[in-house]
Design a protein around this ligand. Structure first.
Ligand code: SF4
Length: 344
């Protein structure tokens, strides 16, 4: 059995944030995958040496992510995806203004066709060659299957913690798993079980990524009597791949990987993008959600363009929160209070 942890051999990291980049594939090439959640502390304001400054027209999440990873000496390379213009622009800026190798992975926006699946698999092959150029090794089938199985088990384990933890702690656990492929034991993580009051109002989140410091938002909602019953942001369980098909994993591991990631994760950039609406409507109905919080970043056209469709599709109230990378302001706190008051 091979271990996911290849840190001792190759301590530098191949860093990405998109959920469509499979860490298993990078680990199978002998490198260290690191799905990074931006800290949200480095958006380019006041730092002239950063690849992305505030004038670059890149959303606050992406500018923080790029500036953090390119200034981190542990970064071996960065992978961005073509899922939005801002990431494409980010890849250009990394190539122009930093020495960190950057791979732009083409994620087809059309999904559900054999041609699109084949394109994604071709991109995996291209990513594999990029890993080799960084000093990685060939992804031997036996090694790949072993890593897929290990990730699959750990992923189910971390997802099973949702009911035990507060939404903020659960998001931090998902973050830890994204970075390491591992699950902390409760003692190491310093976690405590969250037992929401029976009066708590079930609320769901949908939207783009959240920075680590924006996880405080969950606590603000909890303080106003909410129980966050699903996290459909890019930092939550919505952006997790489906379970691997264990019956076919040995015979065709790359196809199984494609199905679990590309064919299963719902997102707004996809055409058609009905899958993400179906996902949300199912969660709202099954968990008896009384209100939904919509998370988007300033400059993020992808999520902003879908706001009205989400509002239309829902049978419960929606609160739109626009994040600018800074600390939460008083106005947002007041809006959250008023929203929760209205749901009671
Ligand atoms: S938040 Fe929006 S603009 Fe920023 S990287 Fe994600 S999809 Fe792109």
């Amino acid at each position: 059995m091979f271990s996911v942890n290849t840190r001792l051999d190759t301590p530098k990291r191949v860093v990405f944030t998109s959920p469509f980049v499979p860490p298993e594939w990078i680990a199978a090439h002998g490198l260290v995958p690191w799905r990074k959640t931006s800290d949200g502390c480095h958006n380019g304001s006041g730092s002239s040496g950063a690849p992305v400054n505030v004038e670059a027209g890149v959303c606050s999440y992406m500018s923080s992510f790029i500036n953090e990873v390119t200034s981190d000496p542990r970064t071996l390379a960065v992978i961005l995806t073509t899922t939005c213009d801002q990431m494409r622009r980010g890849a250009d800026l990394i190539r122009l203004r930093s020495r960190v190798p950057c791979f732009l992975m083409n994620i087809p926006s059309t999904c559900g066709t054999p041609q699109a699946d084949a394109l994604y698999q071709q991109e995996l092959e291209r990513l594999g060659k990029f890993c080799l150029s960084l000093g990685g090794k060939r992804a031997e089938p036996e090694r790949l299957v072993s890593i897929l199985l290990e990730y699959d088990i750990n992923r189910r384990m971390v997802l099973s913690r949702q009911k035990e933890l507060s939404a903020g702690d659960f998001a931090r656990e998902l973050q830890f798993f994204g970075e390491s492929g591992k699950v902390r034991n409760e003692h190491d993580a310093g976690l405590s079980c969250a037992r929401p009051s029976t009066e708590a109002v079930p609320v769901g989140f949908i939207g783009g990524p959240m920075t680590a410091r924006q996880f405080d938002l969950f606590d603000v909602f909890a303080d106003h009597g909410a129980e966050i019953v699903f996290n459909g942001t890019e930092s939550g369980e919505r952006a997790f791949p489906s379970r691997f098909d264990l019956r076919r994993i040995t015979a065709e591991p790359e196809r199984v990987l494609t199905e679990a990631y590309f064919s299963a994760i719902p997102d707004v950039f996809q055409r058609p993008n009905d899958r993400i609406f179906s996902w949300m409507e199912k969660e709202v109905a099954e968990r008896r959600v009384r209100g939904v919080v919509f998370i988007r970043h300033v400059w993020c056209d992808k999520w902003h363009a879908e706001l009205f469709r989400f509002r239309d599709a829902l049978k419960v109230p929606l609160l739109d929160i626009e994040l600018d990378g800074g600390r939460m302001n008083e106005r947002t706190r007041n809006r959250i209070g008023a929203f929760m008051e209205g749901l009671r």
